[in-house]
Design a protein around this ligand. Structure first.
Ligand code: SF4
Length: 448
């Protein structure tokens, strides 16, 4: 019979996966701190360990289990809670791990709080169906205000996805697509601004689907216009958008905007039509090329990034060559490269004609090399130019210099005292190496 544990408790959390998972962790930590508990680093002794798991690959499942085992080894009398996407998608498998005391799915913040206190009412497994017919679950895990050690804050404005790309397990884990009402988004932005954040990253699982489920329905562009008008903080960054969700109105807004950063991450996944069709993506290379060129024309200095799955089943040498050429000719400035790995429970897991691993590795190396060349070339275009840089709270470990990002996501280092931390200042770039730029802070009159 579990006994209710006295306060305060030392809680250690660790997070795998995407920005939305990191946002959920920050929300859970804030709630537990508000309940009087103390949050400590995962490597330290704690009374309760919480693993916010990811399930995007079978490898991510394994890493989530390893973290739970490590926690129990660190303190055998501690309680170990597994939450996040792996707990949501496969609770029975997670519950088979003896080191795990509670398996709590997504959207169950109150259950996590009760399990931390070891209240009798909490089941060992508590997971709700986030894809129930006729029901759209609320976005429950919301309200993070402190992102310990981070200069940028995240704000989750959308959850879930209904697109079911063939390689992706996320719709099964995060549930139906649903949006945080605009009024709540604006409130959360104001509260984060009050915390002193200069930059907020708007994130979601399928951001392009924002507002479709609301009554009345609204679009992401409509929300961004409202945010641009209000300017709660100097910098707003939009995380990921699929190419078919980037309208001319949105491009026009980004080109005029003062708060919205000139940076878009556009997960193309491939640059070749037969592969895109097998992935069940909602666009072809003609549309993607058109959107990228329109973006580059309207935003000459914007960072345009992408995610790429390399070695998807059925990707022939010719198909890969077409993807490579598409990327080479594109105005993209950086790539996140994911060698394909089978994710059980997805449609693609059943696809025949798997690409041999050595071929996947060779193709991934080639794409990564191209990505690095593009990133370095992009950074070089700013030599001699002033860039508005938000310097972080911590310095570069090796050089001791201030470090930060331009609005267009160029990494910048400079000499300066701590008063520049968490401030956006103009930096004239003097040199670059790879993706990193070095520069001099433009001193304003009052600072001379
Ligand atoms: S859009 Fe596709 S890749 Fe993205 S979360 Fe949804 S199903 Fe997964």
């Amino acid at each position: 019979m579990s006994t209710h544990t006295a306060l305060p408790l030392r809680i250690a959390m660790t997070t795998l996966g995407c920005k939305v998972n990191q946002y959920d962790t920050a929300t859970i930590e804030d709630r537990l701190k508000a309940e009087g508990h103390e949050c400590v680093p995962f490597a330290e002794m704690a009374d309760v360990y919480i693993v916010n798991s990811c399930t995007v690959t079978n490898q991510a499942d394994a890493e989530s289990r390893q973290l739970a085992r490590r926690a129990k080894r660190q303190n055998p009398s501690a309680r170990v809670i597994m939450t996040g996407c792996y707990a949501q998608v496969n609770p029975k498998a997670v519950a088979k791990v003896p080191e795990i005391d509670y398996v709590i799915g997504l959207n169950r913040l109150d259950d996590i709080v009760r399990a931390v206190k070891n209240e009798v009412a909490v089941e060992r497994i508590s997971v709700s169906n986030l894809r129930k017919e006729g029901e759209t679950p609320r976005v429950d895990t919301l309200g993070a205000l402190t992102f310990s050690g981070q200069t940028r804050a995240f704000l989750k404005i959308q959850e879930g996805c209904d697109l079911f790309c063939t390689f992706c397990i996320v719709p099964m884990s995060r549930g139906k697509s649903r949006s945080v009402p605009p009024r709540v988004v604006l409130e959360q932005l104001d509260r984060l601004a009050e915390q002193g954040f200069q930059e907020i990253v708007l994130t979601g699982i399928h951001l392009g689907g924002y507002g479709e489920d609301l009554d009345p329905a609204v679009s992401l562009t409509w929300l961004l216009e409202a945010i641009e008008e209000r300017r709660p903080v100097p910098r707003i960054r939009v995380s990921s958008l699929d190419p078919h969700e980037i309208s001319d109105e949105l491009i026009h807004l980004l080109a005029q905007a003062e708060t919205l950063c000139p940076h878009l991450h556009i997960p193309l996944q491939a640059g070749e039509d037969t592969t895109l069709t097998r992935m069940r993506r909602r666009y072809d290379t003609a549309l993607a090329r058109d959107v990228l060129l329109k973006l580059r024309e309207a935003l000459p200095h914007a960072a345009l990034g992408t995610d790429l799955i390399v070695g998807f089943p059925g990707e022939s040498d010719e198909a890969f060559a077409r993807t490579f050429t598409f990327l080479e000719e594109s105005p993209l400035t950086y790539f996140h490269v994911f060698p394909y790995s089978v994710r059980s429970g997805t449609t693609a897991a059943k696809f025949a004609d798997k690409v041999p691993q050595p071929v996947i590795d060779a193709r991934s190396r080639a794409i990564r090399k191209l990505g690095e060349q593009k990133k370095a070339a992009f950074a070089r275009t700013f030599v001699g130019q002033p860039l508005p840089v938000l310097f972080e709270h911590t310095r570069d470990k090796n050089s001791g210099l201030l470090k930060g990002y331009g609005r267009n996501y160029v990494r910048v280092m400079a000499t300066g005292d701590d008063t520049y931390m968490n401030r956006e200042v103009a930096v004239t770039v003097t040199r670059t190496s790879g993706e990193t730029a070095w520069g001099e802070i433009e001193r304003v009159k009052s600072e001379e």
